[in-house]
Design a protein around this ligand. Structure first.
Ligand SMILES: [Fe+2]
Ligand SMILES: [Fe+2]
Length: 194
């Protein structure tokens, strides 16, 4: 791959707060660790993790505009009001346009890092879950998810998504359709293996 990690790191650093940058580097570390455990492409995991939150601090109206024009299949009008949901899509779009990142697996890993999606590759799964369990995360239950992720990636992701779903239910909300699609496709994958 031709992407230079150190050059990209400087670009990311210039676009986010120091707190966010520290989180991003913790996701990079966790992604490398998981890539080693699960024999994934370490370089791809590193680059995708480094870029995953690059647009998190972008102006909300700009994010909405990009998503409306490019991701209307994935996002409802309600989604368009939620920057937590928008920033992964915007990130994938932005790095393709501005950093000339063409690797589809890296782009999808950025795009799906919050909601997940069906048929995720190993790289996509690693970035998705590394974001949730990187070492500075300290929400209740994170330790349990992290330990499971080290033992079984698919089960760890299902456990994390299930916990998120329960939390959303407790505040009267539902998981996004892409998250359900991810869980369904991972369950099918597990079934096929057994
Ligand atoms: Fe994010
Ligand atoms: Fe993140």
């Amino acid at each position: 791959m031709i992407y230079n990690f150190e050059d990209l790191k400087e670009i990311v650093k210039s676009k986010v707060s120091i707190k966010r940058f520290n989180h991003i580097m913790a996701v990079v570390d966790m992604s490398i660790k998981l890539a080693k455990i699960y024999n994934a492409d370490i370089e791809k995991c590193k680059i995708a993790a480094l870029l995953h939150d690059i647009c998190k601090e972008m102006n909300k109206e700009e994010m909405k505009k990009i998503c409306k024009n490019n991701f209307s299949e994935d996002l409802t009008d309600e989604d368009l009001e939620n920057d937590e949901i928008l920033h992964p899509f915007v990130g994938a779009y932005w790095v393709e346009k501005n950093l000339k990142i063409e690797d589809i697996e890296i782009l999808n890993a950025i795009k799906n890092h919050t909601l997940g999606n069906k048929n995720m590759t190993l790289v996509e799964k690693i970035v998705y879950i590394a974001d949730a369990v990187e070492i500075t995360r300290n929400y209740p239950g994170v330790e349990e998810i992290r330990n499971l992720v080290f033992k079984d990636l698919n089960e760890g992701i299902l456990f994390e998504a299930g916990k998120k779903e329960k939390y959303l239910e407790s505040i009267g909300k539902k998981s996004h359709k892409n998250s359900y699609a991810m869980q369904k496709s991972i369950r099918e994958e597990i079934k096929k293996k057994n």
